[in-house]
Ligand binder design. Structure first.
Ligand SMILES: [Zn+2]
Length: 80
């Protein structure tokens, strides 16, 4: 499980979602981030299995190009 990316899990506070992936923008190193929640961020639609909305996009509109785009649904990554 340690080397399966991308993946999401509930943060210790139970309110935020952690997201980790091997990011193309930093040479494939693992990048772990906490997704902001609320109207401008992400919503936990289901906790177990975890489903998060909306989709997760790394570097949208960036100059390097999109690293990844997909959804975390029912505990699994679904590429857009
Ligand atoms: Zn990335």
């Amino acid at each position: 499980m340690a080397d399966r990316y991308p993946r999401c899990w509930l943060a210790e506070d139970g309110e935020h979602v952690m997201f980790s992936h091997r990011c193309a923008q930093i040479g494939g190193e693992v990048l772990e981030t906490m997704l902001p929640n609320g109207p401008q961020g992400w919503t936990i639609q289901n906790r177990e299995p975890l489903t998060v909305s909306p989709s997760i996009h790394c570097n949208p509109g960036g100059t390097i190009g999109t690293c990844l785009h997909g959804w975390w649904r029912e505990g699994k990554w679904v590429t857009a």
